[in-house]
Design a protein around this ligand. Structure first.
Ligand SMILES: Cc1ncc(COP(=O)(O)O)c(C=O)c1O
Length: 402
């Protein structure tokens, strides 16, 4: 069996070739996915799974969305990629939409959440260096944060397992205690150029920031003339029931990083920023060959228009309430705590998350983890009440089987 006869490959073939040829940096699920529709994915044996992970908060409109598909096909027949040496209308229209629908004045496009955070760090240091001097270069991040796995982002992701094999890390990044304003205040001084925080920590276990904490961090940034960066890679773009998570907190950042759902499943990231940051950036300061291609941007245009529709967002908020109600009412075995903000739910369990995830697969439900004993649900934003009922039933059956 060679890899080019992909359509005829059995799941066993896929998994054995994968073991042989694909670098093993992921612990993969014990099935091979073939196609999807709405909130459902199907494996190569035809088994259906209700997907409450959505490609890790990416597939906001689920699978097979007709509008995204039409945009992709139309643009695919026109122009895919030209690099950022040339202007294209889809990129510019998308940038306009993102600015019109946020605090931002300018957008920088990239290809992932990690890249967006790397770019934000560079922009912050250039801003501070230009306006306030080279000594102002410290970036403060938080305990429990996840900002990505390249050197800058990894250095702001204080998890020993991720950092230890790759030291030395980027200098000038300091870690403050999440949701602890007094502790954070102790880390602040005139050398700090930026503070980066997830309004809702995702990978760290689904921990929403307290509103007073984010408000206090904003005030500290103002006091020390530092930029506030919100990493909304996971919690942004509709997931919490507002277009941006910051809207629900009433705290406005100076930069915001977004990615996962931005182009409906195609790779795209972006940094949204206020004019004072944009003012210091010059041609050549940063860049990306692929970023903001007309193909990806034309799909993102549709995604952003659909998700930012107030009716759509009202539905997400309603579904979020319903999911949380159902989870709380279900009295699920092994669940010791439920945390949620919008359609971003963490369930602490008194068993290994991995065994609960495998039990869920057996029930035709896809969930993931956020830590060794935390399950995480990130369903497509289009999940229906009936599908929420099914998800909670299947999760209950899975947990009862343990
Ligand atoms: C909050 C947050 N920031 C950054 C990233 C990194 O994004 P990517 O995997 O697209 O590079 C993630 C990914 O999980 C994330 O959740």
């Amino acid at each position: 069996m060679t890899a080019d006869s992909a359509t005829e490959m059995s799941s066993q073939n896929v998994m054995s070739l994968e073991k042989k040829y694909v670098l093993g940096t992921y612990a993969r699920a014990p099935f091979v996915l073939d196609h999807g529709e709405g909130c459902w994915v199907y494996d190569t044996d035809g088994k259906a799974y209700l997907d409450c992970v959505a490609g890790i908060a990416v597939n906001a409109l689920g699978y097979g969305d007709a509008g995204l598909e039409a945009a992709l096909i139309e643009q695919a027949s026109k122009l895919w990629h030209v690099s950022n040496l040339y202007s294209t209308a889809p990129q510019v229209r998308l940038a306009e939409q993102l600015c019109e629908k946020s605090f931002a004045d300018k957008v920088f496009f990239c290809n992932s959440g990690t890249e967006a955070n790397e770019a934000a760090f560079k922009f912050a240091r250039k801003w501070a260096g230009t306006c306030l001097g080279a000594d102002k270069h410290v970036i403060v991040a938080f305990t429990g944060a996840f900002h990505g796995r390249t050197y800058g982002a990894l250095s702001a992701t204080p998890k020993e397992k991720y950092q230890a094999p790759f030291r030395p890390l980027l200098p000038g990044i300091q870690i403050a205690p999440f949701n602890d304003l007094a502790g954070t205040a102790k880390m602040m001084n005139d050398a700090v150029c930026a503070v980066i925080v997830e309004p809702v920590q995702g990978e760290g276990g689904v921990f929403p920031a307290d509103p007073e904490f984010l408000q206090g961090v904003r005030a500290l940034c103002n006091r020390y003339n530092a930029l506030l960066i919100f990493d909304e890679v996971q919690c942004g773009m509709g997931r919490t029931g507002t277009l941006w998570a910051y809207e629900g907190y009433g705290v406005t950042p100076d930069m915001l990083t977004t990615a996962k759902p931005l182009a409906g499943g195609l790779p795209m990231g972006a940094v949204l920023m206020s004019q004072r940051v944009a003012d210091v950036m010059r041609p050549g300061d940063h860049g990306s060959t692929f970023a903001g291609s007309p193909l990806v941007a034309s799909v993102a245009e549709i995604l952003v228009r659909r998700v930012s529709d107030p009716q759509f967002l009202a539905c997400v908020a309603e579904s979020s309430r319903y999911l949380l109600d159902r989870l709380q009412a279900a009295d699920l075995p092994h669940v010791t705590e439920i945390r949620a903000r919008g359609l971003m739910v963490g369930l602490d369990v008194d068993v290994a998350a991995g065994s609960a995830i495998n039990a869920a697969y057996s029930q035709g439900l896809i969930v993931t983890s956020a830590g060794p004993q935390t399950l995480r649900l990130l369903p497509p934003l289009i999940i229906t009440p009936k599908e929420i009922d099914m998800a909670v039933e299947r999760l209950g059956a899975a947990l009862r089987s343990l």
